[in-house]
Design a protein around this ligand. Structure first.
Ligand SMILES: Cc1cc2nc3c(=O)[nH]c(=O)nc-3n(C[C@H](O)[C@H](O)[C@H](O)COP(=O)(O)OP(=O)(O)OC[C@H]3O[C@@H](n4cnc5c(N)ncnc54)[C@H](O)[C@@H]3O)c2cc1C
Length: 371
């Protein structure tokens, strides 16, 4: 059987692509090496744009019983300890935190209900045409055997493991394209306000530590490092939590590290027969480490472009994602390299944020997709 589209990976990028394709009547097989629901190491921070996308996709978060915590404020602390806080306007769309166990399962089920099929498979590489010019499907490993599955288009959404992209473009040897992060869930001794906190601690720059409430008495805490120069991630996390003015107890079973493939602008995410989305396409914002929104957006866009290909029209996936994401992701990289990496400049700009216009611009630049 030849599928219209095989989507590799059923995280936010893959599930969004599969739901979009299925709702347009295309035969789509979603594959993932994990069964759902599954956890994904993450800060669980969901900027307001994510709820807008969920609405556009007609995802009924109440019917799916999505576990979420409404966020009402955002706070950024400078290396010198100065705080900049903003309250979110009251609207019917809002920022939230949502544990990925629940969020990704909601999108996965939405794709199934839209008509996508799912199979648990461990994909090892793309299936290539005889002349090796085009991707014509995927190859899974099962019981030490390699099994081929054909598709007219493959959407590669396998996250940082990148089973398809890695085989096609090789590993990127540049030093600053992969960041590292550690996260844990913590029980809080007292309820805290629904505010996401970013702490730009001097020893973490241009990274930061975070405290994101996921309920009144539970938080997601973590450290995001742009590059690890031999630091012990667990020790950094413990040090950060000990200095916080919030009494908490970390659940040791939830302490995990994971890598983030940072955005590079000058790389194509389309090759004959394949479109790359989300982390597999390197769409993580270098400044914030946020990648769920861009995974969903590129998942949706890749699906639209795949439909064009299936209907015999040319597609221009690279132009499509660039129009929507390039400027904000480039701005993230610029601010991270040219402002946040320089504590004196960063602290200096913080002191100017008493002026409302500068305050807004600054928040937009620093919090970017979280604001
Ligand atoms: C510690 C940490 C904190 C973060 N915090 C935030 C945050 O607060 N907000 C935010 O927006 N972003 C955050 N991110 C980034 C965000 O998690 C990713 O950008 C997002 O998950 C990308 O979605 P995706 O669908 O591309 O990939 P994923 O969510 O990684 O999904 C990929 C899927 O592919 C499957 N897969 C992998 N290999 C194979 C294979 N060989 N065969 C079959 N299936 C395979 C996996 O099982 C997985 O289900 C964080 C990342 C980290 C590491």
């Amino acid at each position: 059987m030849i599928h219209d589209v095989i989507v590799v990976g059923s995280g936010p990028g893959g599930a969004t692509a599969a739901a979009t394709l299925a709702s347009h009547g295309k035969s789509v097989l979603m594959v993932d090496r994990q069964s759902f629901p599954r956890d994904k190491v993450c800060g669980d921070g969901m900027p307001i744009e994510i709820m807008k996308l969920l609405r556009q996709m007609n995802v009924d978060i109440h019917r799916h019983k999505l576990h979420y915590h409404r966020i009402e404020a955002l706070s950024i602390s400078s290396p010198s300890g100065r705080e900049l806080k903003t309250i979110e306007k009251q609207r019917d769309v809002f920022s939230m935190t949502s544990p990925r166990y629940s969020f990704d399962n909601t999108l996965h089920n939405h794709a199934l209900q839209s008509g996508a099929k799912f199979e648990q498979m461990n994909i090892v590489k793309p299936l290539m045409s005889a002349d090796r010019e085009k991707v014509t499907g995927i190859i899974e490993r099962r019981d030490n055997q390699l099994i081929e599955h054909e598709a007219r288009v493959v959407i590669a959404a396998g996250g940082v493991a990148s089973p398809i992209a890695r085989a096609l473009r090789g590993e990127n040897k540049e030093q600053d394209v992969t960041a590292i992060s550690i996260r844990a869930y913590a029980c809080l001794k007292k309820p805290i306000e629904a505010c996401v906190h970013f702490y730009f601690e001097p020893n973490l720059l241009p990274g930061y530590a975070w405290l994101f409430p996921v309920g009144e008495d539970r938080a997601n805490v973590g450290v995001y490092l742009h590059q690890n120069h031999g630091q012990n991630m667990r020790a950094l996390l413990d040090e950060f939590c000990a200095e916080l003015d919030v009494e908490m107890e970390i659940d040791p079973a939830t302490v995990k590290t994971w890598s983030l493939p940072l955005y590079v602008s000058d790389e194509s995410r389309a090759m004959p027969g394949v479109l790359m989305v989300g982390d597999e396409g390197r769409f993580v914002n270098a400044l914030t480490g946020g990648g769920i929104y861009s995974a969903m957006l590129t998942g949706h866009e890749a699906a639209i472009q795949a439909i064009k290909l299936l209907e015999g029209h040319p597609s221009d996936y690279d132009r499509a994602w660039r129009e929507q994401l390039d400027s904000s992701l480039k701005r993230g990289r610029f601010v991270q390299k040219n402002i946040v990496s320089h504590p004196t400049l960063f602290n200096g700009l913080f002191t100017l944020t008493d002026l409302p216009l500068l305050r807004r611009r600054f928040l937009k630049a620093i919090a970017g997709d979280h604001y």
